[in-house]
Write a protein that binds this ligand. Structure first.
Ligand code: ADP
Ligand code: MG
Length: 558
């Protein structure tokens, strides 16, 4: 039964994002193919996984594949998969709306941004399906969900509305037909109906997709034209190929495929383990933080494969939360294809693997620090704040994290310092690593607590990230030197003589009077050697929480 056609409106955010696509100034429009192929590949994986989980689902998973078909006269390109498909509701909800958190913020940023940044921001967001509208002025989706009888036809020209109708002749799976825009004079005239073009795009962007991407091609054989099916991709898993055989360009494309980033990664990490629990990992440090690094539901970027077969995205068991920005793939040989998140959480081998992966990431950053300062700086300015969370949550790696950390300091306004460099500069007589936390560099620098240290020429770390409050208290020491707040407790500035008993006596009247007047607000009033020009300052007890931390707890509702 073919139902009535309904016209629906895109959700407001979706409409805005679509507009950006339609008028995209992003020069590399070719990536639309990567996006649609990756959706098709996801749909094939989902069908396979669902057929494991649901034995009653009567589907054929013996020839999961993606098919490209073109019509040069009609100027269409169709990408078809025999995967999970979508129900009518799913089409409306998945294609008509954007459920991703942070969409509103992203769109607000896009409004302010300059043209060039626009593409970058969109890239970080991962536009997915909508990228079809960069090259098409109309898109038709025909889909039927596995296990359902009725199919759905969806169509839109990328403006405010789309149509949906129920159809009875849709094969299981999804086909997306792009009605290509007229070739633009200014554009680098790509003909997306040409086999050669598509072959090279697939090889460039989607070669490693683990399902075959097929296309009917015409060949001349013995003077006769024959049609035959060609598989355009090699389907080789990058992480399973010898390192020397894979080019940087291939790694970079793979990174973009799994991360939805549009720029190359900062660093590629490979790791493999043999023996009782075998696995290979191919990980990437991105060159920029994603827009949602600090939102509550920020995802972790590592995918789990079992024996080359995709199992799950965002596998939280593979990477600790403070390294959630690391992207990549882990392929384990000895897990069941049925493995679930719950099982992974309890698996001892998995937790060993996770520790090893985390250590490898940290040691990679260490080698950037030692060998490629510029890359290291980029890394730390993008991800340092997240990595520092590990000082609280991953005590095992505390020293490794402190070893790759950089901090603002009074030593140099422009450049951060490592703790190693801080220790190397420490003058004779200085015992501790001094720091002060605060909301901004200016606040800390102008604090009266700073005066005596400035006068003495003792360097003070300036810690302004909210997370600093959380770790620095419990960090204890680094290479035998204690972290000491300059705003708390007794600070020993070898001042015994100045604040000796004689002086205390001399000022006892004043101190007593002040103590009485301020008794509701302070515990004690005493002479201090901290100050050189300010008359007074407030000092916390050794174990008090700082005003910043108190503010943070309040903000968190505690
Ligand atoms: P993403 O892939 O990042 O989720 P997309 O915009 O690419 O975002 O796709 C949105 C959603 O639409 C997908 O998550 C998926 O649920 C659905 N979808 C897109 N293409 C297909 C397809 N070929 N088969 C089944 N579902 C699809
Ligand atoms: Mg997608």
């Amino acid at each position: 039964m073919t139902g009535q056609m309904e016209t629906l409106e895109f959700q407001a955010e979706a409409r805005q994002l679509l507009q950006l696509m339609v008028h995209s100034i992003y020069s590399d429009k070719n990536v639309f193919l990567r996006e649609l192929v990756s959706n098709a590949s996801d749909a094939l994986d989902k069908l396979r996984l669902e057929s494991y989980a649901d034995k009653d689902l009567d589907v054929d998973t013996s020839d999961l594949h993606i098919q490209l078909a073109t019509d040069a006269d009609a100027r269409t390109l169709t990408i078809t998969d025999n995967g999970i498909g979508m129900s009518r509701d799913e089409v409306v909800n998945l294609i008509g709306t954007i459920a991703k958190s942070g969409t509103a913020e992203l769109l607000a940023k896009l409004k302010e941004s300059k043209d060039r940044q626009e593409a970058e921001l969109i890239g970080q967001f991962g536009v997915g399906f909508y990228s079809a509208f960069m090259v098409a002025d109309k898109v038709t989706v025909l889909t039927r969900r596995a296990g359902q009888q009725e199919g759905t036809r969806w169509e839109s020209s990328g403006e405010a509305t789309y149509t949906v109708e129920t159809v009875d002749d849709a094969p299981q799976g999804t086909s997306v037909t792009l009605h290509l825009k007229p070739a633009d004079e200014e554009d680098r005239l790509f003909d997306y109906t040409d086999v050669g073009t598509l072959r090279s795009l697939v090889q460039r962007y989607s070669d490693f997709i683990s399902h075959p991407i097929r296309m009917e091609v015409e060949r001349t054989k013995d003077g006769e034209t024959v049609r035959e099916t060609e598989t355009l991709n090699s389907m080789k898993a990058l992480w399973a190929r010898p390192r020397g055989e894979v080019t940087d360009a291939e790694y970079n494309e793979f990174y973009k495929h799994i991360s939805h980033d549009w720029v190359d990664p900062l660093e590629t990490i490979r790791l493999s383990a043999e023996g009782t629990f075998e696995y290979q990992a191919l990980l990437f440090l991105p060159s920029r933080a994603p827009y949602d690094l600090f939102t509550r539901d920020a995802k972790r970027g590592v995918q789990l494969y079992v024996k080359r077969v995709f199992i799950m995205d965002d596998c939280e068991s593979l990477m600790p939360e403070y390294l959630r920005f690391v992207k990549g793939v882990v392929d384990a040989q000895d897990l069941s294809l049925n493995v679930s998140r719950e099982i992974l959480q309890q698996d001892r081998q998995i937790s060993l693997m996770r520790r090893r992966l985390a250590k490898k990431v940290l040691s990679t950053v260490k080698s950037l620090l030692d060998n490629d300062t510029e890359k290291y700086r980029t890394f730390w300015s993008e991800f340092g704040t997240a990595v520092k969370e590990g000082l609280v949550t991953d005590p095992d790696n505390r020293d490794a994290i402190l070893g790759i950390a950089s901090f603002d300091s009074t030593h140099d306004k422009a450049e951060q310092t490592t703790l190693r460099a801080y220790l190397d500069r420490m003058p004779e007589g200085q015992e501790h690593i001094y720091y002060m936390t605060g909301r901004s560099r200016a606040v800390v620098e102008n604090s009266p607590h700073m005066e005596a240290f400035a006068a003495k020429g003792w360097e003070v770390l300036i810690l302004t990230d909210a997370v600093d409050e959380m770790w620095v208290e419990s960090a204890g020491e680094y290479e035998g030197r204690k972290f000491q707040s300059i705003a708390k407790g007794e600070v020993d500035l070898d001042s015994g003589t100045e604040t000796g008993d004689k002086q205390d006596e001399e000022f006892s009247g004043l101190l007593g009077w002040l103590g009485e007047k301020l008794s509701d607000h302070v515990k004690q009033v005493r002479l201090s050697s901290r100050l050189t020009t300010s008359p007074a300052c407030i000092v916390g007890d050794e174990h008090d929480i700082t005003p910043e931390l108190a503010r943070m707890y309040r903000a968190m509702g505690q």
